[in-house]
Design a protein around this ligand. Structure first.
Ligand code: SF4
Length: 352
């Protein structure tokens, strides 16, 4: 990797210090923060109100960008998928999913992933490295620029939500994710409400504990994988080291601290996690807790014998949960025609 750090790794308050340390007035820090985050500058030359000497000095010590677009695909349903190349040649995926009145940005936190979930294409190559907070943020800036340059015709507004649901386990890279959250939510950063941000985790205990302690106020989705410890371990071998009971308990604790309901994501795989017996056990586990359920029929994967569930089995599973009084939604991930399953685009690229 290039030896220069990325300037956007600094949170806005650190940018203030950097400018003060250079002996510059505080309005220069406001200008620089604005260029970095509000305007998302991708070239030093864009920072037209900063003196050339300041820009030259910054460029001698920092890199401004760490990502370039290697591929962009648009699906029939409007989903846009991006493959970004990092400075060391590694690649990560991000997605824009147009919703009714906003867009959802799905972003990555690691190159690859160590969690080995069986339904996931990212899991296949293992973990390569963590992303730096600037690399996490820059995905958002590039997706925002794409949305602004080409607003989807039937999208009501240009507001976006962020879900940490791309490649990688966010809580396995908590320090960098936490730094990116600071910049996303600070007024001198992206000024986003934490209500518009969602972390999706496979539920490693250590990571969940850090999240409960930090309580960043963002939404939490726990991917459970099974209704017993054995079932969870079979589908999600590494996160499965945290028992179902502990993963749910920590998720509930976070929901209580953050004062917002959390979500349990349940990936439905034919002949496995779509079993109504699992639905009954799941209903028992979740009843009365501040949790709702998202059922996610798995995306077909290359080189995998796992199959998506049948529609009637999805509905039967859902009925068991709703009959138990648990709010349950079926979420299909968009863009099937462009290999929307997380990690699939990168994997196909690597193979070719
Ligand atoms: S589903 Fe998420 S946690 Fe599991 S291997 Fe894939 S990227 Fe990692």
């Amino acid at each position: 990797m290039d030896s220069k750090p990325l300037l956007r790794s600094l949170v806005p308050a650190e940018v203030d210090h950097l400018v003060a340390d250079a002996g510059l007035p505080s309005y220069r820090a406001d200008q620089l923060n604005q260029w970095l985050f509000e305007r998302g500058a991708l070239r030093w030359e864009e920072m037209s109100n900063l003196p050339q000497a300041v820009r030259t000095d910054l460029a001698s010590r920092y890199d401004l960008t760490g990502l370039e677009t290697a591929e962009r695909q648009v699906a029939g349903d409007g989903t846009r998928k991006f493959l970004f190349r990092l400075r060391d040649g590694a690649t990560v995926e991000s997605v824009i999913i147009p919703m009714e009145d906003h867009a959802t940005f799905c972003i990555s936190t690691q190159v690859g992933c160590a969690m080995a979930c069986r339904f996931c294409a990212t899991a296949r190559g293992g973990l390569v490295r963590n992303l730096d907070s600037a690399e996490i943020l820059e995905q958002v800036l590039l997706l925002r620029a794409d949305l602004e340059a080409e607003p989807p015709p039937d999208l009501g507004g240009r507001q976006f939500n962020i879900v940490f649901m791309g490649m990688g386990e966010p809580l396995d890279n908590w320090e960098e994710v936490a730094r990116s959250l600071v910049t996303m939510t600070e007024s001198k950063g992206l000024a986003m409400s934490s209500r518009r941000i969602q972390i999706s985790t496979s539920g490693p205990a250590e990571g969940l504990q850090k999240l409960v302690t930090a309580n960043p106020g963002v939404g939490l989705t726990l991917s459970l994988g099974g209704s017993t410890d054995e079932e969870r371990k079979a589908v999600m071998p590494v996160p499965g080291r945290t028992s179902v009971a502990e993963a749910i308990d920590l998720t509930v604790r976070y929901a209580q601290r953050a004062r917002r309901r959390a979500t349990v994501a349940w990936v439905l795989i034919a002949g496995s996690t779509d079993d109504p017996v699992q639905a009954q056990r799941l209903a028992k586990l979740l009843r009365g807790k501040p949790l709702k359920v998202n059922l996610i029929p798995m995306n077909p994967l290359d080189d995998s014998d796992l199959e998506p569930p049948k529609e009637k089995d999805i509905q039967a599973f859902r009925r068991v949960l709703t009959d138990a009084g648990i709010d349950t939604f079926v979420r299909t991930s968009g863009g099937r025609d462009i290999a929307a399953a997380c990690g699939q685009l990168r994997r196909r690229r690597q193979k070719s």
